[in-house]
Design a protein around this ligand. Structure first.
Ligand SMILES: [Zn+2]
Length: 366
């Protein structure tokens, strides 16, 4: 039997919580991590109807994209849909988990699902984040180097794009003198020692810090492990907002709009002037993405597919790109399929069910 924490731990290996935006509230919002899971309902939003649907389908865990609670709740009186949803979930022992901007920010997340729906190739992050990579420098006796490196690699260190086991080493002499309380791996108490050591440099995503440092302490032979840990300003190409990729073949702009409408199941596309005759390079951002317009232009995308553009923001296209606002719900609804795919593969022992409720609060009269 899997517990809720098994599910959430797995989801957090795909989309670590530390990658969420500061305003966000991703994570386990309602529920006890130790509860056994009877079934998972995946949804874009958590609402009272979704809690009912979970109950009717025998699911005691809702995995949503949008957190039902953003700000602190000071009272639970059922005065609005947020309070009512939380109360109903608690009363019925249904847990609610959200994987939100952290899932937006990873390779294989929300934006990669949109890219997949559109058949894009060579997809990568549109606006890679900085301040999410760390560099570790350590000093190891020559004969222990490979052991320690292997332990670090296993902990997720040294992955750069399509390469793993990336490290740099240079050899030198380390010196130390153990005092009377020390229990040195090499050397003698109160005696100066010099050891030929390798200086190793590796990088890793900051969210792995605890497991990397634990692996280092475990594998390193020294009682005191000399090391430097630095937060890098380098961009991490595999963490960030939006995605960009190419259609296998360019489409005429009108064919592209029809293709977009069909593949994303749209009623309507709000778009700026059709300033490109053919479309091949495409930037995407599920949900509110206007903050990425300049990144999309810089990436030389022909179109930017996103949602929640305001009237004045449409002007910012300024003849450089075509903005296609396809609606917030429409841009993210396939996140359900994405989550179901990951969860049912990892946990085949119980059902991961797609919610059938349309939670879009926006309706179209056409
Ligand atoms: Zn959203």
């Amino acid at each position: 039997m899997s517990k809720i924490k098994d599910i959430t731990n797995f989801l957090e290996t795909l989309a670590p919580l530390s990658l969420q935006e500061s305003y966000d509230n991703a994570g386990l919002i309602v529920g006890n991590p130790q509860t056994d899971v009877t079934g998972i309902l995946v949804t874009l939003d958590s609402t009272e109807t979704i809690v009912e649907e979970a109950l009717s389908k025998g699911c005691n865990l809702i995995v949503a994209h949008h957190p039902i609670v953003f700000k602190g709740l000071k009272k639970l009186n059922g005065k609005n849909y947020v309070e009512r949803t939380v109360m109903q979930a608690i009363k019925n022992d249904v847990a609610i988990y959200a994987t939100h901007t952290n899932l937006d920010h990873v390779v294989g997340g929300v934006n990669f699902m949109i890219a997949e729906r559109l058949g894009l190739q060579n997809v990568h992050i549109l606006a890679p984040k900085n301040d999410v990579l760390m560099k570790l420098v350590i000093f190891i006796p020559v004969e222990n180097t490979q052991n320690v490196l292997d332990a670090l690699y296993n902990a997720g260190v040294g992955q750069i794009g399509n390469y793993d086991h990336c490290s740099f080493q240079v050899r030198g002499t380390g010196s130390f003198r153990p005092n009377q309380n020390a229990n040195p791996h090499i050397g003698t108490v109160n005696t100066d020692e010099a050891v030929i050591e390798n200086r190793i440099e590796v990088i890793f995503p900051a969210y792995l810090e605890n497991q990397v440092m634990a692996a280092l302490r475990n594998a390193h032979p020294y009682e005191e492990v000399a090391h430097y840990l630095t937060l890098l300003q380098n961009q991490h190409q595999e963490v960030g907002a939006g995605a960009v990729g190419n259609l296998p073949e360019a489409l005429s702009v009108h064919d592209f709009l029809a293709y977009l409408k069909q593949n994303m199941n749209l009623n309507v596309i709000r778009h700026t002037a059709l300033v490109k005759d053919t479309i091949q390079k495409i930037a995407v951002c599920g949900g509110a993405g206007s903050f990425l317009l300049n990144d999309a232009v810089r990436a030389e995308a022909d179109v930017f597919i996103t949602a929640d553009f305001k009237y004045h923001e449409f002007f910012d296209a300024d003849g450089r790109i075509i903005i296609c606002d396809i609606g917030h719900y429409e841009s993210e609804v396939f996140t359900k399929e994405l989550l179901q795919r990951y969860l049912s593969k990892k946990f085949p022992n119980f059902a991961t069910i797609l919610s059938e409720t349309i939670t879009n609060p926006v309706n179209y009269y056409v």
